[in-house]
Design a protein around this ligand. Structure first.
Ligand code: HAM
Length: 420
């Protein structure tokens, strides 16, 4: 083979394509319940939009962005995430004035130059939402419950929801200074952490290698201002009221710099190192930082491939997302046009949202191999056009599970198939 998909990318087809479609469909339904509208965004943006939003010293901006210049020398980047783009769109399209409520969702692929492994790709799909201009803890709780709702409606169970607060520009700097002091006295930190002490000390908190030492560091909760403290308590009260269990995780800091106050991650046991299915939080400074008014915001994104992996681990039945197939077969080629006509008619008359699919005819194949195909497709029924039956105005309707068949009038076929 001469050509291969680039490292870290993958083709999605067959059962996996069914699964990702089902996940996207489920998400759209849940988004509708929560009153989020779709936004479609460009796949590339000015590179600076991401470096300013996500943070110059984050892994994403330092090492993972696909940056290129176009023919006019503009520095562009394939989007590594959706939040910065939605904020750009919110400002550019004046959505603050133009929408009564700015609650937006997006579905699309993101690009990060990471080391590929199970659940980690260089092009991957996210489903995310952003809720603008609501400073209330209720908006944080809504986003969290929305994330959980999507994952549970898709069929996942046993999720663990980790929450933390990162404070705000008033209280966080004090905490940062404090842990910097502690970290400077720690001798055996890993190379990454040593590098981060000055640039981005909070990131040290989620280092897997140094987790023992990190557990002894002061916790941000002790440094929060009243506003941040009350906000975090209120978010927790709302989650408890909604019967949503969660774990307070003092070391959850996230790899993007724009967060303030609430951050969260939804994990699934059994996914190994890449166990974060979804993540998000509040980012009250980003919109102003990108040139807008002071506008609070909160959002989340889930990784579709990881959600599908978690579903595989649970062995969610694939049958539930498969269409029931009706295969129309012909005994000899002379009837293929008539058979094709029936296929077209059946497809046209299927109800919207029907779970039936109509397939065939494969007039170049023998009847035997058409029936073998029906078997492999797990077809429910086969309609067979045979010469003698057709002369009588009939076809054969074969039930694949009972292997029984009957001769029926062609005018009746639609009724018989649709009612089954
Ligand atoms: P994030 O944590 O960088 O947050 O990504 C969200 C989710 O995308 C992760 O939990 C994971 O499931 C998936 N993901 C990330 N990187 C990869 C990868 N290389 N391969 C496969 N899946 C991956 C954000 O992107 C924020 N924009 C979320 C947000 C929205 N915060 C506020 N609003």
């Amino acid at each position: 083979m001469k050509y291969k998909a680039p490292r870290g990318t993958h083709d999605i087809f067959g059962a996996q394509a069914e699964k990702i479609n089902k996940l996207e469909q489920t998400s759209r339904q849940v988004f509708r319940k929560y009153n989020y509208g779709e936004i479609r965004l460009p796949t590339f943006e000015a590179a600076e939009l991401f470096s300013r939003s996500i943070g110059e010293t984050t892994d994403i901006v330092e090492k993972e962005m696909y940056v290129f210049s176009d023919r006019k020398g503009r520095q562009l980047a394939l989007r590594p995430e959706g939040t910065a783009s939605v904020v750009r769109a919110y400002l550019e399209n004046k959505l603050e004035q133009n929408l009564p409520l700015a609650k937006l969702y997006y579905i699309g692929s993101m690009f990060r130059y990471e080391r590929p492994q199970a659940g980690r790709y260089r092009e991957f799909f996210q489903i995310g939402a952003e809720y603008f201009n609501n400073p209330s803890p209720a908006a944080d709780a809504e986003i969290l419950l929305l994330t959980k709702d999507i994952l549970e409606t898709y069929g996942l169970k046993d999720l663990s929801i980790h929450v933390n607060t990162l404070g705000c520009l008033k209280c966080r700097p004090k905490y940062k200074d404090e842990i910097k002091k502690y970290l400077k006295n720690e001798k055996d930190l890993c190379e990454d952490c040593k590098r981060r002490i000055d640039k981005n000390p909070l990131r040290v908190l989620d280092c897997k290698k140094d987790s023992q030492k990190i557990n002894n560091l002061p916790k941000i909760q002790e440094y929060l201002c009243d506003d941040c403290n009350n906000h975090f308590n209120d978010v927790q009260d709302l989650l408890k009221q909604a019967d949503c269990s969660y774990i307070i995780d003092h070391n959850l800091v996230r790899g993007l710099d724009y967060y303030t106050k609430t951050v969260f991650e939804v994990r699934s046991a059994g996914l190994g190192a890449q166990d974060a299915l979804a993540a998000g939080g509040r980012y009250d400074n980003l919109i102003k930082h990108l040139g807008g008014n002071d506008t609070p915001a909160v959002g989340f994104a889930l990784g579709s491939e990881r959600v599908m992996l978690a579903a595989d681990n649970l062995k969610l039945s694939e049958k539930t997302i498969k269409n029931k197939i009706i295969l129309v077969a012909v005994v000899n080629k002379d009837l293929s046009k008539n058979a094709f006509n029936l296929v077209a008619k059946l497809r046209k008359n299927l109800d919207e949202g029907s779970s039936l699919a109509v397939e065939g005819p494969f007039s170049e194949k023998s009847l035997k191999s058409q029936l073998r195909l029906a078997d492999r497709l797990n077809a429910a029924k086969v309609v067979i056009f045979g010469e003698e039956e057709y002369a009588r105005g009939n076809v054969i309707l074969r039930d694949m599970s009972s292997q029984s068949q009957q001769e029926v009038n062609i005018a009746e076929i639609e009724k018989l198939i649709f009612k089954s």
